[in-house]
Design a protein around this ligand. Sequence first.
Ligand code: ADP
Length: 531
Amino acid sequence: MSRSLRQQERSRSALIAGLLIGSLLLVVLLSFQTHYAVRAHRELAEEVLTDYAALVADEFIRRSSVELGYYGFYPLVTALSGEQQLPELAKLRASDDARIARASALARSVFEYDRDSGNLHGLQGSMADTLAAWLTGELSSAEVSEDPYVIAHSFIEGRHVNVVYAAPPGTEVIRGFVIDDSTMPDWLETATNRQPLLPPSLGDGEIGNEHVFVELTTEDGEAIFRQGRYGQSSLFVEKSFSSEGPALYGGMTVRATIDPAVAGRLIIGGLPRSRLPILLGLWGLAALLIVLAIGLLRRERTLARLRSDFVSRVSHELRTPLTQIRMFAETLLLGRVRSDEERRRSLEVIDKEARRLAHLVENILQFSRSERGTVNLDLQPRPIFPLVRELADDFRPLMKNGRLVVSSDVNDDVRVNMDAEAFQQMLLNLLDNAIKYGPDGQEIGLTLSEADGSVTLEVADEGPGIPESERERIWDPYYRMTREKASAVAGTGIGLAVVRELARLHGAKVSVRAGDKGGTCFSIDFPGVKK
Ligand code: ADP
């Protein structure tokens, strides 16, 4: 059994709705997929960047320790211990041995401690006494050590004191020096910039120290050395500078990071940006498109319903005049009329109904032509008032009762560019509606007026009027107001659509307002013809 048109239409709509929802789900799924892929990529990239930053920190620690220990502390301590008498610092600084000369710049003052006598001498400078008191205590308990040097640290009078000494076996003499803290940054800088901190093989040799940031701080947050820049999204790695034994400054922390701008050279694809805003935008767009599509679909359905209603409305409208015509024609044919008067009335009814039929068919044809865009008008300047008068005279006999009053302040020679048939169609449609929707015995006003170079034709009735909210929609094809459903007034819903289309082709504007005496007043505003 074949399905009805409506059923087919309904299942087609369901299919389209299903497809739309399917596409929305697909968009959501794809965006989730993208979002997770980007996040995974980002996490991986961040991990790699952090690993490389850790590499930088390790390399900085290794290199600084070597620089200070191997080129600084060790040669200086050796030079101090190598002589009979404790050498003077000035003499060491002037040494021919470049290594010793450089290393001695690290020292603020040198000292010697005798375990036997407990004597400490050589210390100089402002804090000499307090420093000596601490150092005597420290050294008296120092163990003999094979280590080339030992580091000791204290915090005296608000300042860090770093001391380096050697307590080799076989002697009671301990010699060492107090570090001049102000020389540290230079030494660390030299160590850092001997070569790039990040192995050149990692960034194709393009990532120099300007792209990495390292910072060395004491436990209480005082920065001893800092180099390079970092950005807002930089990922930091922290490492302890020395892991075992007494340490410089009592222990230091290295913070390192790599400029995210060079991430692209280290990781394929670089650090991906979050795609969330774009994805959210896409969702929004997809949702909008779907809402639009659903809106169109619904409009399409309403239109289809209106069209099918239209067919039954037209058939209904055609049936009434046809029945009348047949009935009176039969009466005449069967010779059932009793008088000439009756015969005349029958012929009049047939004529009236035939005209109604013709007008209805003409309306439908006109509508279908305008739907196909094939309306051809013969626009000529024609005097409007005589034509209106003539059409009104023709129309009066078609009225059951009531009056049609024509008034005009326009001269007979005022002309308007028009197609006479189309003009008649427009006027008849308006008059037809005025009669259909107005009360019996009403007065219909047909007015012509001229202002600002345009000629206005108005048709006013005494009917129920048209609410403000409906005044736009009544011009739409197939549209009939809901109150018409309950009333017995038949109609097709295309009359005003035809009026609007024909007026548009005349360059005229249509409008509707409440009439002066209640009811409705339709107007068509024609552009005047220059004399
Ligand atoms: P119809 O065949 O239904 O008359 P029209 O396009 O001519 O179609 O009119 C559209 C709707 O506008 C009508 O169904 C009616 O509700 C309303 N309408 C038109 N003319 C009048 C009027 N003179 N008075 C009140 N309502 C009107």
